[in-house]
Ligand binder design. Structure first.
Ligand SMILES: [Zn+2]
Length: 420
């Protein structure tokens, strides 16, 4: 093994060990609080529900550990067995190195590598979620979802990939700038058209029926100067009893979407406060900031790929021949390897991203409180959501620090009360 291959292996194992250790730490913490409802939650959650939330948390966590170990073993096998350079050579021998062939190679490899994850996804949906009565997905829906996802990737992903590879030949040394710009433009276009073209393929959207809820929510949108054309209800119950709300699209195309499950669980003032929180993300420019960060991320990723594609040691470490130059065939191995190693690097960044994301959540909560003129509706909504979704009420602080994009229920309640 080359020195860099050893470094890569150590990095992969370090990430996996850190994840498993954090998961164990959290499981121990949850078990330590399992015997009785902690004081802070008395009167908020009953004994039976609390128990179920513990079981659900531990069930998901143990399953996650197994899936994680499987992933790491598979990743190491794929990276260091020589199967990738072997497949690449076979592929180029049979189909050449045109951009269509090279995009095909990346595509076929990505599909082949995603197959082992299918049984895990199936188990999570039909065993784990089912056991806690969350699953409402039928086998037919599950299979159709995957087929639709596959077709969309073929129709949208494959041409984009081919274009990016073509850009390498067209633009030479600065190809990564062009490629990142094209990918960003594509993502923005997708954000724009998804509500009209893609989301309806998976769910049914119906305008919120006339009535007090609709009036209340439109009044809120007007009061907060949040122009929206429509508020729609999505049949989230088609797949799961978990609940959610979001808005989709930009400007004129924007619509607010509430899961039918959310509407069933919350009262009107609670729903209004949840929507006020979501509007807070928009009004405080969080949506724009997140988009900015994700765009920067695309450019950094392509810069890294372009740099790695010029490093002989990087190719050698994983058994690829390094030819250099600006042809698709010379960059494709760097793309493939970067995709496989992405999580190994991004894991160490996730605490930073989540610290930031939790700050935005506090901000949106504060906005909701100001808009509503009271904090109780949002607190009540958060409690219910936490209960209905069997959220982990007692995460280990370090685990939460690394993984949680939202503050815990207690932290949010405390902030909502103290800043009042
Ligand atoms: Zn939020």
């Amino acid at each position: 093994m080359s020195p860099f291959a050893i470094i890569a292996l150590v990095l992969i194992l370090a990430r996996a060990t850190a994840e498993l250790w954090l998961s164990r730490l959290n499981q121990r913490h949850v078990r330590a609080h399992a015997n009785e409802v902690p004081d802070a939650f008395r009167g908020i959650i009953d004994e039976a529900t609390y128990r179920r939330s513990i079981d659900y948390t531990l069930g998901k966590s143990c399953f996650g550990d197994i899936a994680n170990v499987f992933d790491v073993v598979l990743l190491i096998a794929v990276l260091f067995s020589g199967v990738l350079p072997w497949a690449f050579e076979r592929f180029t021998k049979n189909f050449g190195t045109s951009m269509v062939a090279m995009a095909g190679f990346l595509f076929v490899t990505a599909i082949a590598l995603s197959i082992p994850a299918l049984p895990f996804a199936w188990y999570a949906q039909f065993k784990l979620e089912e056991r806690f009565d969350f699953n409402t997905t039928s086998m037919k829906t599950w299979i159709l979802d995957r087929m639709k996802g596959f077709l969309l990737t073929v129709l949208l992903g494959y041409p984009l990939l081919a274009l990016v590879l073509k850009l390498i030949e067209w633009t030479g040394a600065n190809w990564w700038l062009w490629a990142a710009a094209v990918v960003v433009a594509f993502q923005l276009l997708l954000l724009l058209i998804a509500p009209a073209v893609i989301m309806p393929l998976f769910n049914r959207f119906t305008p919120l029926p006339e009535g007090t809820l609709r009036e209340r929510l439109f009044a809120l949108a007007q009061r907060t100067d949040f122009p929206t054309r429509s508020i729609e209800m999505m049949d989230g119950s088609k797949r799961s009893r978990h609940s959610n709300a979001f808005f989709a699209g930009f400007g004129h195309f924007r619509k607010i979407v509430l899961f039918d499950t959310l509407i069933a669980q919350l009262t009107e003032p609670e729903l209004e406060s949840v929507l006020a929180h979501e509007i807070g993300h928009y009004k405080k420019r969080h949506v724009m900031k997140l988009l900015g960060v994700s765009i920067a991320g695309v450019f950094v990723t392509f810069a890294a790929i372009a740099w790695l594609a010029r490093q002989q040691w990087f190719y050698r470490a994983f058994g690829f021949e390094h030819q250099g130059g600006f042809a698709a065939a010379n960059v494709v191995p760097a793309m493939l390897l970067s995709a496989l190693l992405a999580r190994t690097i991004s894991f160490w960044l996730s605490p930073l991203i989540h610290i930031w994301s939790r700050r935005l959540e506090y901000d949106a909560d504060a906005f909701a409180r100001t808009t509503m003129g009271e904090a109780q509706s949002l607190i009540q909504a958060l409690r219910k959501l936490s209960e209905k979704n069997l959220s982990n009420l007692t995460p280990h602080p370090l685990y939460g620090g690394v993984y949680y994009s939202h503050p815990t229920l207690l932290e949010r309640e405390r902030a909502l009360r103290t800043t009042a």
